[in-house]
Design a protein around this ligand. Structure first.
Ligand code: CS2
Ligand code: MG
Length: 403
């Protein structure tokens, strides 16, 4: 089966998405997500200018060979732009292969390992009481796992707290917005938040929290220790992970489980974290870590060290990524949890999908392929709109820090 055409579709139904569509001489098509929040056009041009010319005429069934060709053949390996482009090709080819086999993608990966995929929802609030309300609302909706993020007294705008309560989109400005930050205020506030949340929600609901790279290792160790009484499911991105060794210090001080990896794009970014058991969950995704082909490698390596998957699933990963991820999650033996930030109505119209939510679990659907399609005519009505993620500055002196 030969690849005859491929094109990049950039659209903005409320936020930007980049989608690769591959067509074959047997009439089968497949799509892959190539969205990199705030750098969308970099991936779109990497695909159009440097990848698509090399795809035409290749056998669409040779997923592994094409992956190796695009990874080793680039010479300049790794990085979020390269690996998101490779991921989009890989996901589209898995979609095509599953359609050719007339199977849902999870069957091609090895079949079902679970009845459904446990997801965690996002409960955000400007203060503790609003966050508690949101957690209880999510429990009402049937979520078994809920992430809680709240505003911090004394800080104007912090990560994770949107304007509304459900639809949180951090890339919300034509140029990077500037948030203010104080680790001390955050470290004093967060244990109080989780004391109130755990008290309200009871002992059974899984609670998660995203530190979002903003602490030093010793600050993260302090936070992990202070959250132990509230037995979190995980504390995410406790400190920037370029230095994987930094997690050893956190690990020495706390039993709060650690999750990291949404910004990782190959196994090399997390090899030491996994083999030294410095983390409990790996957050790498279909769209940013080289597609199904590479994500499987990371998951299998993680399984050797009892590290479980916890794929990133924010609204800036398109429904195409979510659809493919749910098939991956349905198969992967060392599954942990899948993040679910529901997309807006318009996005769900542009990207029709087979997946569904029921009582805290997602179901990927039984459609051949990954079960997601793009309505190109509708997508064309919503052209790209430049949008940046914010930056963070220390509240007391303006030093640029991690957002
Ligand atoms: C966050 C994301 O969902 C998460 O865990 O880290 O919201 C992240 O901030 C965005 O995906 C960045 O584009
Ligand atoms: Mg995160």
């Amino acid at each position: 089966m030969k690849i005859t055409h491929a094109r990049v579709i950039v659209c903005c139904p409320g936020r930007n998405f980049v989608t690769l569509k591959i067509e074959t001489d047997e009439g089968l098509t497949g799509i892959g997500d190539a969205t990199l929040n705030g750098r969308e056009l970099a991936v779109a041009s990497y695909l159009s200018e440097h990848v698509i010319p090399c795809l035409i005429g290749r056998d669409a069934h040779q997923i592994e060979d094409i992956w190796q060709y695009l990874y080793r053949g680039a010479y300049w390996r790794r990085g979020p732009v390269t690996m998101s482009a490779i991921a989009a090709v890989d996901t589209a080819l898995w979609d095509i292969k599953a359609k050719a086999a007339n199977m849902p993608l999870y069957q091609l990966l090895g079949g079902r390992s679970r009845t459904g995929v446990m997801v965690y929802g996002h409960a955000n609030g400007r203060d503790i009481s609003q966050t508690v309300e949101e957690v209880l609302r999510h429990k009402e909706m049937g979520y078994l796992a809920i992430r809680a993020q709240s505003g911090v007294p004394g800080l104007d705008k912090v990560y994770g707290v949107g304007k509304g309560t459900t639809f949180y989109e951090p890339a919300d400005a034509d140029l990077p917005g500037e948030h203010d930050w104080s680790s001390e205020k955050y470290l004093l506030h967060t244990p109080r938040l989780f004391e109130a949340v755990r008290q309200a929600v009871g002992p059974d609901t899984h609670l998660l929290h995203d530190v979002h790279h903003r602490l030093t290792p010793i600050e993260a160790a302090r936070l992990g220790k202070s959250l132990e009484p509230f037995h979190l499911f995980w504390m995410e991105d406790a400190t920037p992970a370029e230095n994987q060794e930094a997690f050893r210090l956190i690990r020495q001080h706390t039993t709060t489980p650690l999750a990291v990896g949404e910004v990782f794009n190959t196994i090399w970014d997390c090899k030491d974290l996994i083999q030294n058991q410095l983390i409990d969950y790996i957050r790498t995704t279909v769209v940013h870590a080289g597609g199904i082909t590479h994500l499987r490698r990371i998951a299998d390596f993680a399984a050797m060290f009892q590290v479980r998957t916890g794929c990133h699933g924010a609204t800036d990963l398109s429904p195409v990524c979510m659809g493919a991820a749910l098939h991956f999650d349905t198969w992967v033996p060392n599954f942990g949890v899948q993040e679910l930030m529901p997309h807006n109505e318009l996005t769900n119209e542009v990207f029709a999908h087979a997946y569904s939510f029921d009582k805290g679990l997602m179901h990927c659907g039984e459609t051949a392929g990954h079960g997601v399609e793009i309505d190109e005519k509708l997508a064309a009505k919503y052209p790209y709109q430049r949008a940046y993620l914010p930056v963070n500055r220390l509240a007391h002196d303006g030093t640029l820090t991690n957002w």
